[in-house]
Design a protein around this ligand. Structure first.
Ligand SMILES: Nc1ncnc2c1ncn2[C@@H]1O[C@H](COP(=O)(O)OP(=O)(O)OP(=O)(O)O)[C@@H](O)[C@H]1O
Ligand SMILES: [Mg+2]
Length: 355
């Protein structure tokens, strides 16, 4: 639920910009913020979601910056997403819209099918509801780091054109243990009222409450809170939880998800697709097929992220080797550079005990 303002709005974005310029130059902070807030609401109403979000984050930053000073009076007049959001902003990492599409994510056919079905449920939500059929709206992503869990969340938000509310669950759980349940409740309320997708990254943090605290009662309370929040969440609110330590989660919690998707390290086919996706952007080539096959073998065992990162570094270094500032028509990637980077990445992982 966005806060409705019953005052009349100037009609165009142009009017807001004029006001903002005037109040900015006159250094009238109060009026400046009021105009900015009105412009945000106008942008929202006219479906310029991106503009609304960006302006809102500028405003939020400014308020945070000045909070200790004289602006407390002014800030009481400023409304964010919902009236319940006070105090929750610090727990939200980001509120974003996304341009990612399914074609940006490389995955096996099973994952693709599960994501397709999940997205379709929401495209067909009205039909399902009319027939009193439940809509799957809670999805759990698990699997190793750098294999697409966060990316898949952005893909869902992009495909459904919904805003993604990225929650810093780690911060919520570790900051003030006693407040965890209350904070979770606030965030769920905020997501439900704003018709957003709630993205609970580091979902295993909930399991870690066990470690932080000798107080098992608190752990139980947190898990119970989240179970209840899940049960009463409107089915138009999508919750995506991501973890790379699914074993840390309470079974009752895992069972609550309508869909669970396990992401995996890329196999040969996926690595080949990732190379294609990464090179697609430009003029870079990798030369002979047999050489590429050898590198794919070397890259096996690394995450999508590590492979893409090393490839992009190799692309850049190969470009520098050309010693020109002119945009080249073609750059052949130096495979030896990429191979070395892959090897370095692998030994770094081995040393850190992650491989
Ligand atoms: N399946 C994939 N398809 C295409 N690109 C990918 C894939 N997985 C990862 N990447 C690339 O690696 C980056 C990081 O991936 P992402 O953040 O989704 O990993 P993650 O599984 O959420 O990792 P973590 O558990 O560390 O949060 C992506 O932004 C993308 O560039
Ligand atoms: Mg992630």
């Amino acid at each position: 639920m966005n806060v409705k303002k019953e005052t009349s709005f100037p009609l165009t974005q142009f009017d807001f910009i004029k006001d903002i310029a005037r109040f900015g130059l006159e250094n009238d902070q109060e009026k400046l913020k009021d105009s900015l807030q009105e412009m945000i609401e106008h942008a929202r109403k006219t479906k310029k979601t991106n503009l609304a979000i960006q302006l809102q984050s500028i405003l939020k930053e400014a308020i945070r910056f000045h909070q200790a000073g004289s602006l407390s009076k002014t800030s009481s007049g400023i409304r964010f997403e919902t009236p319940t959001s006070k105090g929750v902003e610090d727990l939200i990492l980001d509120q974003v819209t996304s341009d990612y599409r399914l074609s940006d994510l490389i995955c096996n056919p099973q994952i693709k099918e599960s994501l397709d079905h999940f997205i379709l449920e929401h495209r067909k939500k009205s039909l399902l509801e009319a027939l009193e059929l439940p809509v799957a709206h809670k999805i759990l992503f698990y699997g190793p780091s750098g294999c697409g869990k966060t990316l898949a969340s952005y893909v869902i938000a992009g495909e459904l054109e919904k805003m993604l509310l990225v929650v810093n669950l780690g911060a919520i759980v570790s900051s003030k243990l006693g407040e965890t349940s209350k904070n979770l409740a606030r965030i769920f309320k905020m997501a439900a009222s704003g018709d957003c997708i709630l993205f609970l990254d580091e979902f295993d943090s909930l399991g870690k409450v066990r470690d932080y605290s000798q107080d098992h009662g608190e752990m139980k309370r947190v898990v119970n809170t989240i179970l209840q929040l899940f049960d009463y969440l409107p089915q138009s609110t999508i919750v995506i939880a991501a973890t790379n330590q699914v074993g840390m989660l309470d079974d009752a919690l895992v069972r609550r998800f309508d869909t669970q998707i396990g992401f995996e390290l890329p196999g040969e086919k996926e690595i080949e697709e990732l190379i294609g996706l990464t090179l697609k952007r430009g003029v870079f080539t990798l030369g002979s097929k047999s050489g590429i096959k050898k590198l794919i073998q070397k890259a096996k065992g690394l995450s999508f992220y590590s492979i893409q990162k090393t490839l992009i570094t190799a692309m850049k270094r190969s470009l520098y080797q050309l010693k020109t500032d002119l945009i080249p028509a073609k750059v052949e990637i130096d495979k030896a550079i990429w191979e070395k980077l892959i090897e370095d990445e692998r030994s770094a992982l081995l040393n850190s005990g992650k491989a």
